[in-house]
Write a protein that binds this ligand. Structure first.
Ligand SMILES: [Zn+2]
Length: 456
């Protein structure tokens, strides 16, 4: 999602049909919700308790699975486009099953008979965002997307599922529907084992411990020439200082390793298509994504994947050598922002909130851009916004705890690009504006939970 706090043109299509009294409707379902919450917690506890034995299933290496996602507003298809053995797996050896189930897609790895889940991870894509634009109603497109997993020791079955805009029984977030499956044989001679095409220098900026017990954050250079790498490292250090000045990152600094990857671009900057500016850069980043002025993204995911093939990581932030305001962040995919704007650091923590912790945008305006982005009887998967369809799965427990007053953790209408029918927990938060003093307690809890997941 892009950062709209200072006037990106993405806005809201206000749907007056959205129910404004979802809270009371939810109360009618309170018994069901309590039961559903208990079931959800129980299954999450089971998933953690029965974490698969990493060493029985996986080597210490990383497997990259490349997909092509193709389709339009109505439907999408997924195709396998490559398998590649890369460097070391940076992820936890304990947290193999995704306890959050955030994101628009779910990638799952099972034993070859399909019986036992041994790895899963939710994520979102730029392609899925594009599918909600008007253009997707008149043309079909294809986007690259890569997913990483620990390298399997024996044959496994992988599946990719898309989230449907339909509530499922418990949890009431949109259910997942399988759109792709195949068997992966790690001994297949055609699994690519080439050294990375570009072997860039990786400079450790913060080393706190073993990669499998830390969040491994990678800063990736974009639009920096070979002569500008000192400048890139200075920019990374400033981003890092800002991140660790804000809670909850401030208290959790020891849980992070941070590395800068010197990806070299032939030219400085990035593409600004609406100004006729086109730059030859390593990742082909560009403004004007979906014709939105300040929405900066990388459309071709393969450019990202190829340039980080030799470096272990959990989370990516692409630092773009440009002064114009803008950025973007997609859950478990990537985030990026420019380095030279006066609000660059604020944009960074906001976009990283999307890509790292799965946080939703808490802002809303009256302009139209997305239609029905959230549906009233489906609980959004993002932890910091709610339609009240399943408020028990969000911050109801925090309100009930008596630890915060209502100004800190309450119910405020407006969020997720919609003025009505979507609620946030506090008047202001870094997921709403760049001027908020901090993340709201609900966002802070979600970030802390994500850090815990990587550090287990
Ligand atoms: Zn928040």
């Amino acid at each position: 999602m892009c950062n709209n706090a200072f006037g990106l043109s993405r806005g809201v299509h206000v749907n007056s049909e959205l129910m404004q009294n979802d809270y009371f409707r939810t109360m009618k379902h309170i018994i069901f919700i309590l039961a559903a919450t208990a079931l959800t917690i129980a299954s999450a506890v089971r998933a953690w308790a029965q974490s698969p034995d990493y060493d029985a299933w996986f080597t210490s290496d990383r497997l990259r699975v490349d997909f092509v996602l193709a389709g339009n507003a109505d439907s999408q298809q997924a195709y396998l486009s490559g398998l590649r053995k890369e460097c070391a797996w940076a992820g936890s050896h304990e947290s193999l099953i995704d306890p959050f189930r955030y994101g628009e897609y779910m990638f799952e790895v099972r034993t070859v008979d399909g019986d036992t889940l041994i790895y899963s991870k939710g994520f979102s894509t730029l392609f899925q965002e594009w599918r909600t634009t008007p253009e997707a109603r008149v043309v079909s497109k294809a986007y690259n997307q890569s997913v990483w997993m620990p390298f399997p020791k024996k044959e496994v079955r992988i599946t990719l599922s898309e989230r449907m805009k339909e509530a499922c029984g418990t949890g009431r977030t949109g259910r997942f529907r399988e759109i792709f499956y195949c068997t992966v044989d790690p001994d297949d001679v055609l699994v690519c084992r080439e050294a990375p095409a570009e072997d860039y220098a990786a400079t450790p900026l913060l080393v706190s411990g073993a990669m499998e017990h830390k969040v491994d954050l990678l800063f990736v250079a974009e639009g920096y020439t070979a002569q500008q790498m000192d400048e890139f490292h200075r920019d990374c250090r400033k981003f890092m200082e800002y991140l660790f000045s804000m809670e909850p990152y401030k208290s959790r600094m020891d849980d992070f390793n941070v590395t800068a990857v010197d990806v070299i671009s032939p030219e400085q900057g990035t593409d600004i298509p609406d100004q006729g500016i086109w730059k030859h850069t390593a990742l082909n980043s560009h403004f004007y994504t979906f014709y939105i002025d300040r929405y900066l993204t990388v459309t071709d995911y393969k450019a990202i994947a190829d340039n980080v093939a030799g470096v272990p990581f959990d989370a990516l932030f692409i630092v773009v050598n440009e002064e114009k305001y803008g950025g973007g962040g997609i859950y478990n995919s990537y985030a990026l922002g420019t380095a030279g704007d006066e609000l660059s650091y604020q944009v960074f923590v906001h976009e990283f909130g999307h890509s790292f912790a799965g946080l939703g945008d808490e802002y809303f305006t009256s302009e139209a851009a997305y239609e029905n982005f959230y549906i009233s009887d489906i609980e959004p998967w993002e932890p910091n916004i709610t339609t009240m369809a399943d408020f028990g799965s969000k911050w109801k427990d925090m309100m009930d705890s008596g630890k915060w007053d209502e100004a800190q953790v309450g119910i405020h209408e407006g969020g997720g690009y919609m003025a009505k029918g979507v609620y946030r927990s506090r008047e202001d938060c870094r997921m709403r504006t760049n001027t908020a003093p901090d993340f709201c307690p609900v966002c802070q809890r979600a970030i802390n939970r994500m850090i815990d997941y990587y550090c287990k």
